[in-house]
Design a protein around this ligand. Structure first.
Ligand code: M6R
Length: 368
């Protein structure tokens, strides 16, 4: 079942090109238009939605965080991302024009189930992005878009995360298509770019040895920080979560711009910091993050930089650089998170920990 890999997590990391490809498969017609008939929700409802609230927990919530950047940019619909367990306790503003998007690998997370029940009671329509067919969240939602990641066994989510992000892009592009492409070009170009992602992810996997070697040398590390800006921010949060849950190392993710508002005080000589760098083709974003790397480097941080191929501006300030293939900004999480997953998995393995079944955790959290 592990296909020759030592752990399910390692296998599932390597399943990711297929998980993304399968989630894209069969979802457009010959003209390049998206066809999401399986959604089973009246198109007129989707045309009149004036707010989207994503509810999810853990890694699935970070997928929602990525979705916010893409959907707001492509559709100009405001998107909130809320941890499912916070949602119903804060008296959220929800009505018939709100689309609640629930993201869940298992479809059985009780916090998320309770959030969608609350949303439907308030008249909102619920669209579920779920990996497990026939699960409670799939059954209790108005519409379902399945991720086709295949069964995920390891407690730490990897391939489901990439499939969730892919499904979120499809939802955003579909809404844009339905609403007449007011803010973006037709979906064909985006689908074409998405179609290139499996090969790009595979390219990173083919070079995983570089990351594993770094991880193995860091098995005595007690604290790691992760920084990102824009869509790199949820990637930083996910990198930190993976390291906490698998390697039991104190790890924190920050928005890079927040550094000087407090976290930079944590930087002391030798502190490992991973930085997720945006493409240099978006210079305003890119320059800011490069400055952040300079700032922490000047204070003695050891910098591990995830940057695009050809981005030479980072080299001078990086102790280690992991390269990812050139990718459109909004789609970068599908490549930039992969080195962080490999790093956490390898570090936990080097510490002799149970990678697939970390202590205190369950694959599916079925109590509130
Ligand atoms: O099954 P779900 O996607 O609803 O699970 C949500 C979280 O419990 C899950 O992503 C959790 O954070 C993982 N252990 C992360 O690796």
């Amino acid at each position: 079942v592990k296909d020759g890999f030592d752990t399910f997590m390692d296998k599932e990391i390597h399943d990711q090109p297929k998980a993304v490809a399968d989630t894209l498969l069969g979802r457009h017609d010959d003209d390049g238009d998206l066809v999401l008939d399986e959604l089973r929700v009246d198109e007129s409802v989707l045309r009149t939605v004036d707010k989207i609230i994503v509810v999810a927990c853990g890694t699935a919530a970070y997928a929602g965080h990525v979705a916010k950047y893409a959907v707001e940019h492509w559709c100009r619909i405001p998107v909130e991302v809320e941890l499912a367990h916070e949602f119903r306790y804060r008296d959220p503003v929800v009505n018939v024009r709100t689309l609640v998007v629930a993201i869940s690998q298992s479809g059985e997370t009780m916090d998320t189930i309770m959030a969608i029940r609350h949303a439907r009671e308030q008249g909102a329509k619920v669209l579920a992005i779920v990996n497990t067919h026939g699960s409670t969240i799939a059954r209790e939602s108005d519409a379902v878009l399945y991720t086709h990641a295949g069964p995920e066994v390891a407690v730490a989510s990897t391939k489901a995360f990439l499939a969730q992000i892919t499904a979120c892009y499809l939802v955003g592009l579909y809404l844009s298509q339905l609403r007449g492409y007011k803010y973006v070009d037709e979906v064909a170009g985006y689908l074409d770019e998405l179609g290139k992602l499996p090969a790009k992810i595979q390219d990173i996997l083919d070079r995983e040895g570089e990351i594993k070697a770094v991880a193995e040398a860091m098995k005595d590390t007690s604290s790691v920080l992760f920084l990102g800006r824009h869509v790199g921010y949820p990637v930083a949060l996910e990198g930190a979560l993976k390291l906490k849950e698998l390697a039991y190392i104190h790890a924190e993710g920050f928005a890079a711009g927040e550094l000087k508002h407090g976290p930079i005080a944590l930087i002391e000589p030798g502190q490992p910091v991973f930085v997720v760098v945006p493409t240099p083709r978006r210079p305003t974003l890119h320059n800011k993050v490069v400055s952040n790397i300079q700032e922490i480097r000047a204070r003695g941080a050891r910098t591990f930089v995830i940057a695009e191929e050809g981005d030479e501006a980072v080299t001078e300030y990086a102790d280690v650089v992991f390269r990812v293939p050139q990718t459109p900004t909004l789609m970068m999480p599908l490549v930039t998170v992969v080195p962080l997953q490999i790093f956490a998995c390898a570090l936990a393995g080097a510490k002799g920990l149970d990678v697939d079944q970390p202590r205190n955790l369950a694959k599916s959290v079925t109590v509130e």
